[in-house]
Design a protein around this ligand. Structure first.
Ligand SMILES: [Ca+2]
Ligand SMILES: [Ca+2]
Ligand SMILES: [Ca+2]
Length: 437
């Protein structure tokens, strides 16, 4: 207080002051002062971390200063505590020392690591022997945001002959690859290898693992060679009853009754499941193939089974996969991209669940232009995903320059992300004039 103030003012302030600093006749007391990120903050104020992507974290330095004249003793256990409903989204990795001498300070970090989407609020509290700020609280706020895919404007799709070095050195924002070099479990990519692609010299990228959920593949870890000993595409006696006939157009692939719990258990739900292997390797998400199996088994489909519930069961299967990864396994930002089956745009819950969609052969079937009515119908469905803020990846297997150019122009005009490559998906195609950046 400045001495020129009249005595009545001083008395009033002494009576109502909340801070010993402002007491005219300060006793020898400790006095706590807190700065967050260099900004002085009063007890009861808040600190906002802003928007932080789930599965990542943001750290802020909190500085505890003793501006008093006696030792400040932090009497809580731990000295700095986080409480409240969303406390699990915040952390203090390393606690400050519990005694701070006059004039000195202690720094510690507070981390916001959102485990889910949406606004999170918690309270940081420091209990001490400060006479008038014995419980110093700061309201911590932050928002868990979904994976930011808005910057993805190029992607690569390759399932065979993968060179992780070439991929890591490329500038693609997103890559869809197999989880394994040879497709089997022995040659699956390690977490270190996947991480090297994600953070490679060509720039940061999202890496999704291909996983077929509508057909079984005879080179995968779950396959038993006795299921079709003579490789004629007809399951042999003793094969699981969920296993359907071979796909005549893709040798070694077999239709599956994907709604059956035995098949779904192969795909997700235990440490031995396909999805768990993919997640253990640190992939950012999955790229799910043969979604359109619901057409094969459903009414009027090739199988002749005419299963009425087939479409709904595929929606539920994809949702269950997403729920398992994001909730059960605690990876809320895990990306889920179904490939094809775009007619499922009719299911709002499905559109809501997926991170985006991949679509093959929208404008061209190899180098042959699709009918305009077909393309228009596909686009109508893809636009539903686009309008919901989802990323639309389109891959056409065009190899002629003028058609590649046309494909890129058409796709980009709709706000989709295009990739032209070969149908065998066995090379990292870089298209002249459409290089990733
Ligand atoms: Ca004080
Ligand atoms: Ca057979
Ligand atoms: Ca880019």
């Amino acid at each position: 207080m400045k001495p020129k103030h009249p005595l009545s003012w001083l008395l009033l302030i002494a009576l109502f002051s909340c801070d010993t600093k402002s007491s005219p006749d300060a006793e020898r007391v400790p006095d706590i002062s807190i700065q967050i990120s260099g900004r002085e903050i009063a007890s009861g104020e808040g600190y906002d971390f802003g928007s932080v992507e789930v599965d990542t974290e943001q750290e802020v330095i909190v500085s505890l200063r003793n501006t008093g004249s006696e030792n400040l003793e932090l009497t809580g256990n731990p000295p700095a505590a986080i409480g409240g409903a969303d406390a699990s989204h915040f952390a203090i990795p390393s606690q400050p020392a519990s005694s701070i001498s006059p004039g000195s300070s202690r720094d510690f970090a507070v981390v916001f690591a959102p485990l889910g989407l949406g606004a999170k609020t918690a309270a940081l509290s420091v209990v001490s022997n400060d006479p008038d700020e014995g419980v110093f609280t700061v309201t911590l706020r932050g928002i868990g945001s979904g994976p930011d895919l808005t910057s993805v404007d190029d992607f690569a799709y390759q399932l065979q002959n993968i060179s992780l070095t070439a991929l890591a050195g490329s500038a693609f924002d997103l890559a869809v690859i197999d989880y394994s070099r040879e497709g089997d479990d022995e040659t699956r990519f390690t977490a270190g290898e996947v991480s090297a692609v994600k953070h490679g010299s060509g720039g940061e990228k999202r890496v999704l693992a291909y996983m077929s959920i509508g057909e079984a593949e005879d080179y995968r870890f779950y396959w038993d060679s006795r299921w079709d000993k003579n490789h004629d595409g007809n399951p042999d006696p003793g094969a699981p009853s969920w296993l359907g006939p071979g796909n005549p157009e893709w040798e070694g692939n077999y239709k599956v009754k994907y709604w059956r719990p035995e098949w779904q258990a192969v795909i997700f739900g235990s440490a031995a499941s396909y999805l768990d292997k993919i997640m253990a390797a640190g992939f950012d998400g999955v790229y799910l193939d043969i979604i359109d199996a619901y057409e094969y088994w459903g009414p009027g489909g090739e199988s002749g089974l005419n299963r009425q519930s087939a479409e709904r069961e595929m929606v539920d299967f994809v949702k269950a996969i997403a729920h398992y990864a994001r909730v059960t396994k605690g990876k809320p930002g895990f990306a889920v991209f179904p490939q094809n089956g775009e007619g499922l745009s009719a299911h709002a819950d499905y559109v809501q669940t997926v991170t985006g969609i991949g679509k093959e052969d929208t404008w061209y079937n190899d180098n042959v232009r699709q009918s305009s009515s077909y393309t228009a119908e596909v686009i109508g469905n893809l636009d539903v995903f686009k309008a919901a803020g989802k990323l639309v990846l389109v891959v056409d297997y065009v190899t002629q320059k003028s058609k590649i150019d046309d494909f890129y122009a058409q796709a980009e005009a709709r706000g989709y992300v295009p990739y032209a490559t070969v149908r065998d998906l066995d090379r990292l195609t870089i298209n002249a004039g459409h290089e990733p950046d």
